[in-house]
Design a protein around this ligand. Structure first.
Ligand code: 13P
Length: 363
């Protein structure tokens, strides 16, 4: 069957749906540790370590060997190199995660390049060999994938050109993932950079989501077997007017209600440069807002789960246990926030209130 009548076959639908639902099970969310080698290199440099394969492995080992990590972490997003790495005792990271009942996933976009003749916007690469790469990752034990398309807000952006490009690319990516049995996490990331207010972020987010779901529909993507990873609707980082968590929650859920079909099992927010505590408090407010919420609303944080880990570890073996406790505290706080039960200030971590924003952040 083809065209208007096609979706993945019934058994594949079942598998995709089960995976997507398991990732957003109540009280849990995703640990995003898919920093590129360049991205993690900056973090390693900040603790005085060289950007070597072994140092990248040692850091990720610290995360994955954390006892009780699965209490609030359902899944992790890996970078290509990490899929093939092992702990000191020779256990593959993927086997270790599976043993802990944590679902391994993989970042599959190949990062951004300039979008020609746009307003300084970008497009994302990696579609050409994606089916083959997905098949390999599936064999290695990954069950989902992630692809991020950033869009920036300025006077004339995001442009129609960039929005359409993002929507097309995310839909092709999602359809290829499903064809290979991986749940696609679709990530249109409206960036925090800029001095725009929350009203503008909300409108832009709505327009982007509408374009993305139209395109997913055009490509016969089976929505029950997908997740979406959007930005929260906040004012731009340089906007003088700051909004309360309740205002952010209302704007975010309103935009999502307008743009994300109820068939999608879950929304897994990126943290985007918010401080650890802000990202937790805003997620908590989102889960408490008095609006319809047909999907699970949880976290897929990178910086907002790891900032305190980096600060505490500082590259030293003797700090590993302490750094793992920081990770558990943040995961627990976000787990509570994902069901609206976090009390702001309840958890304190080494970098809890420090902003994680950097201009033109490189993942
Ligand atoms: P942040 O939470 O640091 O924004 O990272 C999430 C992520 O994986 C973006 O692709």
């Amino acid at each position: 069957m083809s065209g208007y009548f096609s979706y993945p076959d019934a058994s594949l639908q079942e598998e995709l749906k089960k995976t997507a639902e398991a990732i957003v099970v109540p009280g849990k969310g995703i640990l995003a540790v898919d920093e590129s080698n360049e991205g993690i290199g900056k973090l390693l440099a900040s603790v005085g370590l060289e950007n070597t394969e072994n140092n990248r492995r040692r850091y990720r080992q610290l995360l994955f060997t954390t006892d009780m990590l699965s209490e609030n972490i359902s899944a992790v997003i890996l970078f290509d190199e990490t899929v093939y790495q092992k702990t000191d005792d020779g256990t593959s990271f993927i086997d270790l995660l599976k043993k802990k009942n944590i679902i391994p996933g993989i970042k599959v976009d190949k990062d951004v390049v300039p979008l020609y003749l746009s307003e300084d916007e970008v497009t994302t690469q990696g579609l050409d060999d994606l089916a083959q790469r997905c098949a390999v990752y599936k064999k290695q034990g990954c069950r989902f994938a992630k692809w991020r398309c950033p869009l920036k807000i300025s006077e004339h952006t995001p442009s129609v050109q960039a929005i359409q490009d993002t929507a097309q690319i995310l839909a092709r990516y999602a359809s290829i993932c499903q064809s290979q049995g991986l749940v696609p996490i679709v990530e249109p990331d409206v960036l925090l950079d800029g001095d725009h207010d929350i009203v503008r972020t909300q409108k832009v987010t709505e327009v982007v989501l509408a374009a993305v779901y139209k395109s997913l529909n055009d490509h016969h993507v089976f929505l029950e077997g997908t997740l979406i990873k959007p930005n929260m609707v906040t004012p731009g980082q340089a906007c003088p007017k700051r909004n309360t968590p309740e205002e952010i929650a209302t704007a975010t859920v309103t935009a999502l209600l307008r743009g994300v079909p109820a068939a999608v099992p879950g929304i897994v927010f990126l943290s985007g440069g918010q401080s650890e505590e802000e990202a937790t408090v805003n997620l908590n407010a989102i889960n408490n807002v008095q609006l319809k919420k047909p999907w699970a609303l949880t976290f897929s944080y990178g910086r907002a789960l790891q900032a305190s880990v980096w600060k505490t570890w500082a590259g030293k073996d003797e700090n590993i246990k302490k750094a793992q406790i920081e990770l558990l505290k943040r995961a627990k706080a976000n787990g509570l926030a994902s069901v609206g039960k976090y009390q702001p200030g309840d958890v304190t971590t080494a970098a809890g209130d420090s902003s994680n924003y950097t201009k033109n952040h490189k993942y």
